[in-house]
Design a protein around this ligand. Structure first.
Ligand code: G16
Length: 539
């Protein structure tokens, strides 16, 4: 390690004095103009991780659902999964080292993680469409090269596409070809094969309006359109001319429970929204009376797991199916999955890294956050079994096994992927002959509300029980319990966000009025007991 060269280069990516950042729910996130040093240092860290794992490591420059002037960075581990927790700690340590301590911090990480510094390193880089992303990805490259790493810059990619590239490269192409064409080819082939089994292909199932949040999803869906069969017509809105995530995108639609701006919705038309880096998807429609209906990640998980269970039943295989959710999952969805579908449901902390990990325990692990971030994982053994059955079985059983095989290829098993999930959902709706209204009617969501509260230091709140109980500050959980008791079918929790400088509040109850009121009262308790700043929460 040429420590002098590193120190010299680091001076042109100097850390602002006193700035402390944490590797949060999905990496580092803050205002773009505070991130140059973090990018350079994550380039350095990616090289160390690559040397240690003898694998290609990914670096994605994005702040996903956050506002346009934010940015962020996250590292992608060898199989396309999120960075290992022990390396998140190294990342935080490295990002916060003062200039004069940087070389020492690097040496300490190398020693602690037993990195063989003579090993080659290879890093792949992707970025979203934010105006700040190109410059920041150059800083990542600066960090990679000063430590002697090789790199490939994919330029503009969705986050899940970068995860896919990493997985392809580290499986010697077994997972797919590590090019953008390879990605489109893999998904579109699986989609075409799966859709061939659909007996009905009426127009009502085949036109989809997509709000692309003015982000990278628009570019990539435009490219992919040429690979999709004519039967599926995808109409793009918010395709990049306006501000990213501004009054549009999956996060806006989910948290405000209303349509995005910039989309023309007619009654009963099937619509969906991606978020800023196209790793989340939310469906919705307006009925003939103009009422908005949201179909979130919970209902997506329900549709997908019921489809998977039907196929397994058809081929007579008793592979285990498990569903993983977070505390944000609507109470009705959990009840429906457990009581009607008889599927085991587990709750983890927020962040796909936690859900992904839990989902790996099943033959078929379905994980979705209510915000529309999720995918399905197939264990190696389950995948091998399904591929073998697809060759051996005939008639109806053979058809079901082949469909499952196509589903394996259609899901991005490295991480939640809006494009891949959209194609899975479109295929299932067509195969089952389901309208969006029939899908929506599977169960009725409990009315709910999400709010944000500004506090001086959100880390004063710590939680347990998959974020459903507050441990600190003392007294806050008791206050929440008392408020929850005032309403029927009610539940509420609070947690510090890992991507924004806010505390998130979630409440559900028997009516929208009560959910709103409970969310407001809990917000007030947070404001009063956890050091609220700025304007008090308003009813
Ligand atoms: C990221 C994570 C998601 C998480 C979301 C919100 O999404 O990948 O798993 O649900 O942040 O996290 P928090 O509530 O901690 O702010 P994205 O789409 O922004 O990458």
């Amino acid at each position: 390690m040429d420590l002098d060269a590193i120190t010299k280069h680091s001076a042109s990516h100097a850390k602002p004095d006193g700035l402390i950042l944490q590797y949060g729910t999905a990496g580092f996130r803050t205002k773009a103009d505070r991130l140059d040093h973090v990018m350079f240092r994550m380039g350095l860290l990616a090289v160390l991780r690559s040397k240690q794992t003898k694998s290609t490591i990914g670096v994605m420059v994005t702040a996903s659902h956050n506002p346009e002037d934010d940015n962020g960075v996250k590292l992608v581990d060898p199989l396309g999964e999120m960075l290992a927790p022990s390396w998140e700690e190294h990342a935080t340590h490295l990002a916060n080292a003062e200039e004069q301590d940087l070389a020492r911090a690097l040496v300490a990480i190398s020693e602690e993680a037993a990195v063989n510094l003579h090993q080659d390193a290879f890093v792949v880089i992707g970025r979203d469409t934010r105006p700040s992303s190109e410059k920041l990805s150059e800083s990542v490259i600066d960090g990679v090269t000063v430590l002697g790493g090789q790199f490939h810059d994919y330029g503009l990619l969705t986050t899940p596409q970068l995860h896919y590239m990493v997985c392809c490269r580290n499986t010697g192409g077994q997972y797919g070809e590590a090019t953008i064409d390879g990605y489109y080819h893999k998904l579109s082939t699986a989609f075409v094969e799966l859709s061939k089994q659909a007996s009905c292909s009426g127009d009502d199932h085949r036109t989809l309006k997509v709000d692309c949040a003015n982000g990278i999803g628009a570019l990539k869906l435009k490219e992919m359109k040429h690979y999709l069969p004519q039967g599926l017509s995808v109409q793009l809105f918010n395709d990049g001319t306006k501000k990213l995530n501004h009054f549009c995108g999956a996060d806006f639609v989910k948290s405000h429970q209303k349509p995005p701006e910039g989309i023309e919705m007619k009654a009963n038309e099937r619509c969906c929204s991606f978020d800023g880096d196209a790793d989340r998807i939310i469906y919705y429609y307006c009925d003939v009376d103009g009422h908005f209906h949201l179909i979130d990640g919970d209902k997506i998980a329900t549709l997908i797991s019921s489809f998977l269970k039907e196929l397994l039943l058809e081929i007579g295989e008793s592979l285990t199916v498990g569903v993983v959710q977070t505390a944000y999952a609507n109470g009705s969805s959990t009840r429906y999955l457990e009581e009607v579908m008889k599927v085991p449901v587990y709750c983890t902390k927020t962040g796909v890294k936690h859900l992904h990990h839990k989902a790996q325990e099943f033959d078929l692990g379905v994980y979705f956050e209510a915000n529309g971030h999720g995918t399905v994982l197939f264990s190696k053994a389950a995948e091998a079994k399904i591929r073998q059955l697809a060759k051996e079985l005939e008639d109806k059983k053979g058809k079901a096994a082949k469909m499952l095989e196509n589903v394996i290829d259609l899901f991005n098993q490295a991480t939640g992927d809006a494009i891949s999930d959209m194609l899975v959902i479109e295929a299932i709706l067509a195969l089952k002959g389901l309208t969006i209204q029939q899908w929506d009617a599977l169960y009725t969501d409990l009315p709910n509300r999400q709010l944000k509260v500004k506090v001086a230091d959100r880390q004063v709140i710590s939680t347990t029980d998959a974020e459903r109980q507050v441990v600190k500050p003392p007294g806050l959980q008791e206050a929440i319990n008392d408020l929850v008791k005032k309403y029927k079918l009610s539940r509420a929790f609070v947690r510090p966000s890992g991507t924004e400088d806010v505390v998130r509040v979630y409440a559900e109850a028997d009516s929208q009025e009560n959910a709103d009121s409970l969310a407001y009262e809990v917000s007030l308790a947070v404001f009063q007991q956890a050091g609220g700043v700025g304007e008090r929460p308003q009813p």
